[in-house]
Design a protein around this ligand. Structure first.
Ligand SMILES: [Zn+2]
Length: 289
């Protein structure tokens, strides 16, 4: 069976270069199924999700890595999340039917905020300007600014697949510049057609058949939103009592649909009053389309 919905890491041991390969199919199709996206927006969101997976695998942590691109263009927001246990979700906001273009043509001026949200402890963020034709350029400049380790990223996506390739020098290397340049020049010959159709080892052989590269076991990737009643309750509480009361003047039920996964949450006045008074909600109906 074809290798997809997985991440594989690889290592050029003697050269001091590490890499990652990711190819998403089912998980990507599930992640976008609750949104109406044009081919151009799918391309950007798929690339964002693939890069979230690649970035989440560069660090040891338990929690979520969130990429949020925000711009003043017609496509104003892209959110992509990957957790340490390889669960993904993603969302596009703005004119999600717009025609394809470069990243900055679609998103305008703005920034990419990369947040690591550990399960324990404080979140931390890195920010980089949205510059360049492609999200891969933005990610590359993020690494150049934040880690000062030579890093390169290639991202591809269409309506059925999303994929990414990542290489990075290992810290504390000596006299490897020629090796790095050779590996990154070889990697730079990667094409969308190859990345979206080949298995990891076929792809690595295609690119680096004269190099010694070790490939690690595949890590499965799934679409899983992670939204929950508790998180929606917190969002409602953040609106405050006055706002909630005024909503109930107009309707009997507050319906909240998760934008990422389509999960529907319903709260009536009793639920919300209990919530405001700090009591657990006993009866709660949840339905999925
Ligand atoms: Zn959800």
């Amino acid at each position: 069976m074809k290798e997809q919905d997985c991440l594989r890491r690889f290592l050029f041991e003697r050269l001091g270069v590490r890499g990652e390969w990711v190819l998403l199919q089912t998980s990507w199709q599930q992640a976008k199924q609750y949104q109406q996206l044009s081919a151009g927006v799918e391309e950007q969101l798929g690339q964002a999700i693939a890069s979230a997976v690649l970035l989440s695998a560069t660090i040891k942590f338990e929690g979520a890595m969130i990429l949020q691109a925000q711009g003043n263009g017609k496509l104003n927001t892209l959110i992509a999340q990957a957790t340490h246990d390889r669960k993904i979700r993603g969302l596009a906001r703005g004119d999600t039917k717009m025609e394809a273009g470069s990243l900055t043509e679609m998103m305008g001026d703005g920034r990419l905020v990369i947040t690591v949200e550990p399960e324990q402890g404080e979140p931390y963020q890195g920010i980089v300007a949205l510059q360049g034709d492609k999200l891969a350029d933005v990610i590359t400049s993020y690494f150049t600014q934040s880690e000062q380790l030579d890093t390169k990223v290639w991202l591809f996506a269409n309506g059925t697949h999303a994929a990414g390739l990542f290489i990075q020098e290992l810290p504390d290397q000596e006299s490897y510049l020629a090796d790095w340049e050779r590996i990154s020049a070889l990697a730079n010959t990667v094409t969308q057609e190859e990345m979206l159709s080949l298995d990891c080892e076929q792809m690595l052989f295609r690119l680096f058949n004269e190099e010694q590269v070790s490939v690690f076991e595949a890590e499965a990737i799934t679409f899983e939103c992670g939204c929950s009643t508790g998180k929606i309750e917190n969002a409602l509480l953040a609106l405050g009592k006055d706002e909630l009361d005024s909503i109930f003047l107009e309707r009997e039920i507050i319906d909240v649909d998760c934008e990422f996964c389509g999960q529907q949450y319903h709260f009536d006045k009793v639920d919300v009053d209990n919530l405001l008074s700090g009591q657990p909600i006993e009866k709660l109906s949840e339905t999925r389309h």
